[in-house]
Design a protein around this ligand. Sequence first.
Ligand SMILES: [Zn+2]
Ligand SMILES: [Zn+2]
Ligand SMILES: [Zn+2]
Length: 496
Amino acid sequence: MGAIWRKEWIRPYESAWSVFEKFSYANIINKSLILRTFGTEDVLSIKNNHLGNHVRDLLTLNGLDELKVTKQFQVNVHSLTRGVIQNLLHPLGNTARKEEWFSLHIRWCPKCILNGYHSLMHQFTLFEICPFHNEPLKDECPACRQKTPYILSDTYMSSAFTCKCGYQYADLSTRWLKWEVDTSKFINTDIAKWIAPEHLKTSNERFIYVPENLNFNMLNQVTEKGKGNPFIESSFFTYKIDPSGDALKDKVLESLYEEIFMDNRQIFKTIDKHIKKTYRLHLDCIKRLQLLLKEEQDDFPPICPIAYAYVFWKQSSLSLPNFYGPLQGVPNRGKEKRQFNVVCLLYKERLSHLFRAANKTLSYFGSVDGDALRWIINKTTAYQLYQMFINWLDFALLNSKELSKPKGNEYEKIIHSNMFFLFVLKRENERILLRFICTRINKNRKINISTIDCRRWKNKGKSMRSFSPLAVSMMIDQKHKELQVYVDQYVTKLNL
Ligand SMILES: [Zn+2]
Ligand SMILES: [Zn+2]
Ligand SMILES: [Zn+2]
């Protein structure tokens, strides 16, 4: 095939996506034809025109024949891609999977893309800015707000570098004159260090983490040893290496699951107690909301933000059906299951991921210690639960007066935002040193909270009684029907 191509058009760290866009532009052919031309035997044997996304995937390049591509492009795009991926994942250790770290849709730098350049580094979700311009990355078309999947397809693009809606990502007025200008020079030093060759030398540190809870800035503080950084807090755990303890036996694992569940329950109680102690001046406010107390003639009183935060923190973390009702103990069910289980189900999946990652990383160091695994899960649980309360509090300060509950993705944000943590594992002679590092909870919000004055309710509380749906349904006064509607509406407005 006498195609128009120069190997100089491929620049360092370039993604397969922009390589094929360039080829598509220079030769005025669409992506389906590229796939038909460079496809593997398997792809070519598919008669149907509807090739699935797995053969179009630009991260694995599964559907493209390495030899054919290399021959045409004079650069091995497959190995270039594999190399950059490996390079980017390396600091994350041997548990990192590329599916977790590369965006499924295209993210680009507005400055790079003008020159027809897109990098795999833009796809790496830990980076939020372009390493070459420090420019925030974009992920939706500025004109039509569509996201484009990271695949070789014509469905979302009308032609090369052009969105279906007609918006042009690259400056095509200069044709391909700018494609050889190498602008891939790092100006972000943290990113440069992340992928620097020195980093590739085996370090004796390993990270244990949940991908969603990692943040690039925090990771850099870790590698910089967090010198006097107000952003992070850390704590330690060490144990002696047991040469015979490379993996936990099934029996040991089962009882460890049970211990973790019991620890988890205890941690919930401790945090619960801690919150109530910290905000003891608002215990009446909490009681008022929890038991739906009000004066006979009045409406429900305004909700104190702290009561709001506490009551909904509890409802969400224990997955309770209602926010109101008499105080109950923390559930005990679940420990008998002989598998990983926790009290707060919101975090079960992430904690279970963390447990597996920790188990794998500790065994990589040759000695899995049950107490270390317990410590990892316990530290994380305490951090998540308390941070979630803080998130509820932030939400309550803005919303408790509105009598509303989180809408859309607000709930998701309360559960997961502002939670960045990881464990750093290091071998020192015959010991393993574990360090827990997390973002520090912003203490400034206390200023805000101290201005909340609930004392004006203090005396009124005496004559209040419970108007929970159940209590109201048992009343036999005349106004009962009306009241029932009022209470039901009130509760529905708030219940998660
Ligand atoms: Zn850029
Ligand atoms: Zn568009
Ligand atoms: Zn209060």
